[in-house]
Design a protein. Structure first.
Length: 215
């Protein structure tokens, strides 16, 4: 009991596609303000492709790692831009971190999230405070680790991660960007939320909701 299985990973993917579709226009608007306006479309296209693949091939997905690997492959081939390779690397590293396991305990969930964040940092070289998706991932990993160390359930670990990611996304509002397109704007980026940090918060909220659905 208290573990996250392959069905959770599939629910996470479907819930992510749903929330990205629901927030597509908002993510486009955020990216129009400090980027080129395609972030919502990029992610929506990517997660639609992921769900199509899951629908076509669900029987072949036997571990959470299989699901995460499929997400990585589809995002890398369909999303493009900066965020495609970044999220693709995140899911690929997450998949490798939990490879071989049928079900994930709280520590494995933390390892999954930490590997995702580390993959993004390895690929994009952004540090916390650079006004990127790293500003949502990093507090999420920290909060998940603290919750797990305190004996929290998998659901509570993901709840902690999701809440911290949303707070981290909101904390990008006053920042100047040091990576990505928004870095060309200098102080004009102040007052606008980073789109990739906000989409990260939606993705992690979907993970927590998908876990709560099984509990
Ligand atoms: P593009 O910037 O190529 O149009 P998207 O609009 O899909 O790509 O994604 C933009 C998001 O990518 C930003 O909001 C930011 O969160 C993230 N991003 C951009 N560059 C980096 C980087 N070097 N490291 C981490 N995240 C980054
Ligand atoms: Mg963009």
């Amino acid at each position: 009991m208290g573990m996250l299985d392959t069905a959770w990973a599939v629910r996470w993917v479907r819930a992510t596609a749903a929330t990205v579709a629901e927030h597509r226009a908002e993510l486009v608007t955020l990216d129009r303000e400090i980027g080129d306006g395609d972030h919502g479309e990029n992610l929506d296209r990517g997660f639609r492709a992921v769900v199509e693949s899951v629908d076509a091939d669900e029987d072949s997905l036997t571990t959470p790692a299989d699901v995460l690997k499929l997400v990585a492959t589809k995002l890398i081939s369909t999303v493009g831009g900066a965020s495609g390779p970044l999220f693709g690397t995140a899911y690929l590293k997450a998949s490798q971190a939990v490879g071989g396991r049928d079900a994930l305990d709280p520590e494995a969930v933390v390892a999954l999230l930490a590997a995702a964040r580390d993959g993004i940092v390895m690929r994009g070289k952004a540090q916390p405070g650079d006004k990127t998706m790293v500003d949502a991932w990093t507090p999420a990993v920290d909060a998940a680790g603290e919750a797990s160390a305190a004996g929290a359930s998998v659901v509570a670990v993901l709840e902690a991660a999701a809440s911290a990611a949303q707070a981290g996304a909101e904390a990008t509002d006053p920042l100047v960007a040091h990576k990505g397109r928004a870095s060309y704007l200098g102080e004009r980026a102040i007052g606008h939320r980073d789109p990739g940090a906000q989409s990260t918060a939606y993705i992690l909220r979907a993970a927590a909701d998908a876990a709560a659905d099984a509990a």
